[in-house]
Design a protein. Structure first.
Length: 205
């Protein structure tokens, strides 16, 4: 049986944890953006700052890979995980930006359900990153993310049905549909991260 040497350096795990924690911040800002009376310009500014911080962490991971001789798991998987985490942040930043630029006055209350799904996904992802070091107790994470993604799909269909019910003006439907689709994309991106974690765990088991 071949044994693989795994470095004891925790730098990669710390960086992945930092990256996931940026997503927790991002979902909190997204929830704030959806709330009544929010200072949307201020929230959008803070989201841009959070997205910039997430980019810096993603770049730090890539730099670490390129300067490390022995990585804790396959380089391709490290790149994929770092990219996947960064993609989620980009999509949430996009949602906040659209709400501001489209000057949407009223958001359907059901969108809050999608934001709650995103917040739960972010919390679970942040909690799972430190466990990459031991590769233990990760299965519950990707199973729950998959369940949340299914919930997000159901919410998505109901929201779209409501948008096209005739209750909204055409221009509002077009604006809101973009926002709804981006929220769905962010949830899907969390599932992609979970799938990457599952692939890593299977390879390393």
């Amino acid at each position: 049986m071949a044994f693989r040497f795994r470095p004891v350096d925790t730098a990669f795990y710390d960086l992945f944890t930092d990256s996931a924690n940026h997503l927790v911040t991002g979902t909190a800002l997204l929830a704030e953006m959806m709330s009544d009376g929010a200072d949307r310009e201020d929230v959008a500014r803070r989201m841009r700052d959070a997205e910039h911080a997430a980019d810096e962490t993603a770049h730090a991971i890539v730099k670490k890979v390129n300067s490390t001789f022995v990585t804790p798991f396959d380089r391709e998987d490290i790149y994929s995980l770092a990219s996947g985490l960064d993609d989620v942040m980009d999509m949430m930043d996009e949602v906040v930006d659209m709400i501001l630029l489209y000057e949407v006055r009223s958001l359907p209350p059901a969108l809050s359900n999608q934001v709650e799904v995103l917040q739960r996904c972010a919390e679970l992802t942040a909690a799972s990153m430190p466990r990459l070091q031991s590769m233990q107790s990760l299965e519950e994470y990707w199973i729950e993310i998959n369940r949340l993604e299914n919930t997000g799909d159901k919410n998505h269909r109901r929201i779209l049905a409501n948008l096209f019910s005739g209750e909204y003006k055409t221009i509002e439907v077009l604006k809101l549909k973009d926002i709804v689709e981006s929220l769905e994309d962010a949830i899907d991106a969390f599932e992609k991260v979970a799938n990457t974690v599952e692939q890593i765990a299977v390879k390393e088991s």
